[in-house]
Design a protein around this ligand. Structure first.
Ligand SMILES: CC(C)(COP(=O)(O)OP(=O)(O)OC[C@H]1O[C@@H](n2cnc3c(N)ncnc32)[C@H](O)[C@@H]1OP(=O)(O)O)[C@@H](O)C(=O)NCCC(=O)NCCS
Length: 244
């Protein structure tokens, strides 16, 4: 399944599955599968310059919009705060999250601000998820944080409003951002730390090809207590094997 990427020559949005930009003829969109396999032959690590593709200038203008069959993944903005507040105020959403349920819309605004600052400093990227028929309403978010460029790795995170659970939507979003992470951010390793009881996240990650690597005791201090975590990871070479 493809998603939209930006042609580095003319800047137009083109499908990740095409070999050549239909607008300017440039081959620079380089479908990520080609780039991955080409890179893997010489060196598992792609050139560092490629890792800078994420928001070339870290400005909202550069923010990569990804598309899947049902979803558009775009930059969350302050005007999305009420959508985020609506679902982040529900305990069922924050149960396994390192956040207490929101009680004020200001908390959603601050979260969006944190994500935009991270993006501006190229420390991470968080997409707002909208359904294509209703692009004004954010139904969840997903993305990368703790991006350790020297080690070519980052952590993935995600959440969806409960009324959209169990429709395969996050599976679809994850497929797009994992592809983006390996191709455009030049990641070699994508990590996910989940609560041991978070069965939905476990299943989601396993389906996406992540492997369970270990049980981490007292891994985080959150909500006033130490919490265990299970570490999942997806390695570039394993991903390439199933996405040749
Ligand atoms: C985790 C979450 C994003 C999953 O999103 P989703 O769109 O419902 O997931 P999908 O529909 O793509 O389902 C992925 C897999 O997980 C399974 N799954 C999803 N929710 C489940 C649940 N509550 N219990 C058991 N399995 C579940 C699905 O059945 C599917 O597996 P299958 O295809 O083998 O049947 C969603 O449950 C959520 O937002 N949870 C709250 C926030 C959260 O915990 N975030 C993660 C913090 S680490």
């Amino acid at each position: 399944m493809g998603f939209l990427i930006e042609c580095r020559t003319c800047g137009s949005q083109v499908s990740s599955t095409v070999k050549m930009c239909p607008n300017c003829g440039e081959r620079s969109p380089e479908p990520y599968k080609d780039r991955l396999s080409a890179g893997a032959k010489k060196d598992n690590r792609p050139p560092l310059s490629e890792s800078m593709t994420i928001g070339a200038g870290g400005s909202p203008m550069d923010f990569p919009v990804l598309e899947t069959e049902r979803l558009r993944l775009r930059m969350p903005t302050r005007s999305d705060a009420s959508d985020l507040f609506r679902y982040f105020s529900l305990d069922e959403v924050t149960r396994y999250y390192d956040l207490d349920s929101f009680t004020e819309i200001r908390q959603a605004e601050e979260l969006i601000y944190t994500w935009s600052e991270r993006y501006a400093h190229r420390e991470g990227i968080r997409w707002g998820i909208v359904l294509k028929p209703s692009p004004g309403r954010v139904i969840g978010t997903c993305g990368y944080h703790n991006w350790a460029k020297a080690h070519r790795k980052a952590e993935i995170g995600f959440e969806l409003a409960p009324e959209y659970w169990r429709r395969g939507l996050m599976t679809e979003a994850l497929e797009a951002i994992v592809g983006y992470g390996f191709s455009r951010m030049a990641l070699n390793r994508i990590e996910a730390y989940i609560d041991p009881d978070n069965f939905a996240s476990r299943r989601l990650l396993e389906n996406a090809g992540f492997s369970e690597e270990g049980y981490l005791r007292d891994c985080f201090f959150e909500k006033g207590r130490f919490a265990d975590a299970v570490l999942f990871a997806l390695i570039r070479r394993d991903y390439v094997e199933v996405h040749p």
